[in-house]
Write a protein that binds this ligand. Structure first.
Ligand code: SF4
Ligand code: NI
Ligand code: NI
Length: 710
């Protein structure tokens, strides 16, 4: 046989099915019926990227087939065969859209087509390489236990793994924990469902890379250089699998197959030894994983960050209003600390007194002493906030909250595997040195579980330190510091995007504060956080400085020459794509609407989060739209040039409740208005523009009386 023949024949099979499915859809629904994948602003994203056209109806699908056919030109050249792979992807996407005509076609444990919001939620983890790569597993494994090992190996390294075909059931039988939050994502049982992962890669290129739709060559370069994906094919291949593989190869994703097909150097590789699939794949895609040895009986990986621990599977619980709990990182002198000393003061979770107890609930005081010559007290809160992640990375542990409202749960499995309290210490010890080794030379962990200790230390040790920190944070304003910082972390996905991080404006992902930046500069002097001296004020109201412009121009390679920090209309800061919230203008209300990524409904602007988000991103300036973090909503610098937080007229209820306390405090201080959020509309009150206006008028919302916003 000939590899090219196989690709063409696979593509022909997709064509046949797409034609049949679309003909049926036309007959049953008519050409005007909507044909959309769930919550996306890009129609069929892959076809949009390839052709520049958004397909939205059944009639469009028919046109899509014609467009796909143009990519099928049978010759003896590799480039043309790969092009047929591109056609295969287009056809698979059309088939997927037909599947979704009657709602979600997949069983509930299959994620299928992911929404824009979910793809955006991967942003920060991808740029920080917290997700170092993406594995796509296709087919049926001859040894389910080995399959489980391979998936766990990827999961333990933080990779995302997409499953297509019978391997989904095999992984389920092997009790692999799955779901978007656990980075093991079933795409569907048919090979055609592989398009759901292609669509994720393509949307990364559109959303974060701002790659123009219709310029496929640029998307290919983007996915090849920035999306570290690869494909594993288990079992026998057929021509459809290989046609899909041709598309993967076209996008720069190597395929590693169990059964020999043919070799295309570096891109199509054969690995019959199934215990080596993971190693061969990581090497082929050039993914390097840093391993930290941790003395802990369960896995510790960023892939377990989103794992929930439910009541019926819980062995122990600390905090969460059930018992007193706090966590604290504080600095001591190098002489006053013993490195790697881990002490549990009080009963552990396997103490004989808990025999026969269903759920062990004990007080929890987690004290982490650190010392280092380059350590600064400003970094304590940065390190302490990482505890949330470190404790969540533990398989079978869930951490919520922070400080003295933290809450930890542990599963029965983790307990049965031998996890005890000192292992929290081991994990924290290893992770602290791993991430903060440049400023921390020694780490000592003490865990208190006796009520009297936890209560006493909270008053004597913990609260005084929190108070000092709060005073410091409250005194930090844009005026009170001499430097701001760049953050260019997202440039790995949005090459011209730069965040300017100030005390009152955190990075738009919500994950990088001014103190974080300060610490990052210390940890990685030539890294993403570079100081910007506040030289050359141009306009204080807009927040424009010459030095800010110069640095942003340099860091964006000239793509952005001027930014203001306090305006949404004049030279606003760019967005990358991973923002927590997006703010857009509602002209008739003379104000702005803010919507968070988790909100799936409609907003008074007539656009959903996904649609608003698609208006900006990729490091481009888009006046009138601003991506930002949740925390920024209560900042006194929030679009201060246009009148500030008083302009907020609508937010989803969950977001409004989340920010209410801080927002109300800021509004009170700035404008003397009490309980401002009572005047802000939400979806439980009204979404329709007229009804929103009615509500605002009734409440006397200040925006209505302000100068016209545009
Ligand atoms: Fe990306 Fe900005 Fe967050 Fe840095 S601060 S990670 S550039 S969004
Ligand atoms: Ni966890
Ligand atoms: Ni980003």
């Amino acid at each position: 046989y000939n590899l090219f023949d196989i690709i063409y024949s696979g593509t022909a099979k997709y064509l046949e099915r797409a034609e049949k499915d679309v003909a049926k859809a036309i007959e049953e629904k008519g050409r005007d019926a909507e044909a959309k994948l769930p919550d996306t602003a890009y129609g069929l994203a892959t076809i949009y990227a390839i052709t520049g056209e958004k397909l939205l109806t059944v009639g469009d699908l028919e046109r899509g087939i014609e467009m796909a056919k143009e990519h099928i030109n049978r010759t003896n050249m590799l480039a043309d065969a790969l092009e047929a792979g591109v056609a295969a992807a287009m056809l698979c996407e059309i088939i997927q859209a037909c599947k979704y005509l009657d709602g979600n076609p997949h069983p509930e444990w299959v994620d299928g087509a992911l929404t824009d919001a979910v793809v955006r939620s991967f942003g920060v983890a991808l740029v920080t390489q917290d997700i170092p790569g993406v594995a796509v597993i296709i087919g049926e494994h001859k040894d389910p236990e080995q399959l489980a090992k391979t998936i766990k190996s990827y999961q333990n390294k933080g990779l995302q793994t997409y499953l297509v075909g019978k391997c989904i059931d095999q992984a389920r039988d092997q009790k692999i924990k799955m779901g978007v939050d656990l980075r093991v994502i079933p795409c569907g049982y048919e090979i055609e469902d592989v398009i759901n992962v292609v669509s994720v890669a393509v949307r990364a290129s559109i959303m974060f890379g701002n790659t123009p739709a219709g310029e496929w060559e640029k998307h290919r370069i983007y996915t090849r250089d920035r999306v570290f994906a690869f494909v594993n094919v288990f079992g026998d291949w057929d021509d459809k699998i290989i046609a899909a593989g041709a598309c993967a190869i076209d996008m720069g994703f190597p395929a590693i197959t169990e059964t020999y097909i043919n070799e295309v150097p570096t891109l199509l590789l054969n690995q019959p030894d199934l215990s080596k699939t993971d190693a061969t794949s990581l090497e082929a895609r050039g993914i390097k994983i840093k391993v930290t040895e941790i003395d802990c009986p369960v896995s510790v990986s960023s892939a377990f960050e989103g794992e929930r621990v439910r009541k019926d599977n819980m062995k122990a619980e600390f905090g969460g209003n059930r018992t007193k709990a706090w966590e604290l990182v504080h600095t001591v002198e190098l002489g006053d600390i013993e490195d790697h000393k881990i002490t549990v003061v009080g009963p552990d979770i396997d103490d004989p007194q808990f025999d026969g107890v269903d759920v062990v609930r004990i007080p929890f005081g987690l004290e982490i002493k650190v010392a280092g010559k380059a350590m600064q007290s400003d970094f304590e809160s940065v390190l302490e906030r990482r505890l949330h992640y470190f404790l969540n990375y533990i398989e079978g542990s869930m951490h919520v909250g922070q400080r003295n409202i933290c809450w930890v749960r542990l599963t029965k499995e983790a307990f049965d595997a031998g996890f005890r309290l000192r292992h929290f210490g081991e994990v924290v010890y290893a992770k602290m040195l791993d991430e903060f080794g440049k400023v921390v030379d020694k780490v000592e962990v003490t865990i208190y579980t006796k009520e009297e200790d936890v209560v006493r230390l909270e008053e004597e040790l913990v609260k005084p330190i929190y108070n000092v920190r709060d005073d410091r944070l409250n005194s930090l304003t844009d005026e009170s510091v001499d430097v701001f910082y760049t953050c260019t972390l997202c440039q790995s996905f949005a090459p011209s995007h730069v965040c300017v991080v100030t005390p009152e404006r955190l990075g738009l992902c919500g994950a990088v504060s001014w103190l974080d930046s300060k610490a990052t500069k210390e940890l990685d002097p030539t890294g993403p956080a570079q100081p910007i001296e506040k030289n050359g004020v141009i306009d204080e109201r807009l927040g424009a400085w010459e030095e800010v412009n110069d640095v942003v121009a340099k860091c964006s390679q000239g793509a952005v020459e001027k930014v203001t920090l306090y305006s949404i209309l004049e030279d606003p800061m760019t967005s990358c794509g991973c923002f927590e919230c997006i703010c857009g203008i509602m002209p008739e209300a003379n104000g702005v609407v803010i919507v968070n990524r988790e909100f799936g409904g409609m907003t008074p602007t007539g656009m959903t989060f996904g649609e608003l988000a698609s208006m900006t991103g990729g490091g481009v300036q888009t006046p009138g739209f601003m991506g930002h973090g949740r925390h920024f909503i209560s900042s006194k610098k929030f679009m201060a040039a246009e009148g500030g937080i008083e302009r907020i007229v609508w937010m989803p209820k969950e977001l409004k409740d989340d920010v209410a306390e801080r927002l109300n405090k800021s509004v009170q201080e700035l404008y003397g208005i009490e309980n401002f959020t009572d005047m802000v509309c939400d979806e439980t009150i009204a979404v329709d523009s007229e009804a929103v206006l009615e509500f605002l008028t009734e409440k006397g919302h200040p925006a209505l009386e302000m100068d016209p916003i545009m």
